[in-house]
Design a binder for this molecule. Structure first.
Ligand code: PEP
Ligand code: MN
Length: 332
């Protein structure tokens, strides 16, 4: 259950209520918000004077649920908002990894020409082998900061462990929590302590309930700016890298109030079908699309098979626009 207390409730009474309900308590700028374990269906006796509103819940998908807020949260990514009443579908694009100044600059120049405002690039790469390129770390983040200053991009970059969340917060505008990191409570709790938007990617063996609950760690820590990113789950199929779970997307849209971003690149794992998949994603009326693009994919140090050549990405943008029009969405 979620409880909002009245503005005139005393701190002592609010704390008593939090204790009596075993709640997580935070202030959302307007109200004290208490989140009880979801089993609790009504507030305890003796507190009605200080309670403004209460929402019983059916599961631990609480702050992120449609039962709490029936409209998708509006989140600002630089000058662009997604969710709320906006109907915007933001395209987040760029290389898998930041590899060098010339590579990220070439990407930045191209993305600006394409009208893209959100540039992605990983600096702490969660690789499946310790012998693969692990990312440029802080040096890469500084290059992204430079691109932000020169071109005005909103920078999206990922964290791999809690010890460098502060670096990503400093140099990026959106913190990406990777599919392999989304169970790391150290990372999630660190992301809760900032107001920067957090993009949580679904683990490839993660149920929708677990995915939504990962977001609750950030939301209940006081950061309301959380987006969910479906990037493919593991199935029996081996011809594609993962399986993009569009049924899951339908569930998330129906049951959560969090903007939904889709990542066809990591799902398919190969360049050839990314444009088609992107059309399918946009047709679902999503809030954002995340696509990996590299100036020279054949030489990429990570995810070489799936990153698009610049001309492929340019074509993709043309391909998705009529689909966005058809579902009354605007590509931004
Ligand atoms: C990435 O975005 O480059 C990445 C590593 O994604 P994921 O965490 O979804 O594998
Ligand atoms: Mn990648």
């Amino acid at each position: 259950m979620i409880i909002h207390t009245k503005p005139n409730a005393s701190t002592t009474d609010v704390n008593r209520l939090a204790k009596a309900t075993k709640s997580i308590l935070f202030h959302n700028g307007e109200h004290n918000v208490l989140v009880t374990p979801s089993k609790m269906q009504s507030p305890p006796d003796g507190f009605s004077e200080i309670i403004d509103q209460a929402w019983p819940m059916t599961s631990d998908l609480q702050l992120g649920s449609k039962s709490y807020k029936d409209q998708t949260r509006e989140i600002k990514l630089g000058d662009i908002s997604i969710g709320g009443n906006t109907k915007n579908t933001i395209v987040i694009a760029g290389p898998c990894s930041v590899e060098s100044e010339s590579q990220i600059r070439e990407s930045a120049v191209f993305m600006q020409k394409m009208g893209i405002t959100a540039l992605r690039g990983g600096c702490y790469k969660p690789r499946t082998s310790p012998y693969s390129f692990q990312g440029m770390g802080l040096d890469g983040l500084k290059l992204l900061s430079k691109m932000r200053e020169e071109f005005g991009f909103t920078i999206v970059s990922e964290v791999r462990d809690a010890t460098h969340v502060h670096h990503v917060i400093e140099h990026a505008d959106v913190i990406q929590v990777g599919a392999k990191s989304m169970y790391d409570h150290g990372i999630l709790r660190a992301c809760a302590k900032t107001q920067k938007p957090v993009l949580i990617k679904r683990g490839f063996g993660t149920t929708l309930q677990e995915f939504a609950q990962a977001a609750e760690f950030v939301l209940s820590g006081g950061n309301p700016n959380v987006m969910l990113c479906e990037r493919g789950i593991r199935t029996f199929e081996t011809k594609t890298r993962f399986t993009l779970d569009l049924c899951g997307v339908a569930w998330l849209k129906e049951n959560t109030n969090l903007p939904i971003i889709l990542d066809p690149s990591h799902a398919l794992g190969y360049r050839y079908g990314i444009s088609d998949l992107s059309k399918a994603c946009v047709a679902m009326g999503i809030d954002g699309l995340l696509v990996e693009v590299h100036p020279n994919p054949a030489e990429a140090k990570s995810d070489a098979a799936q990153q698009l050549y610049h001309e492929q990405f340019s074509k993709l943008l043309n391909d998705i626009r009529p689909v966005a029009d058809a579902v009354c969405r605007k590509i931004v």
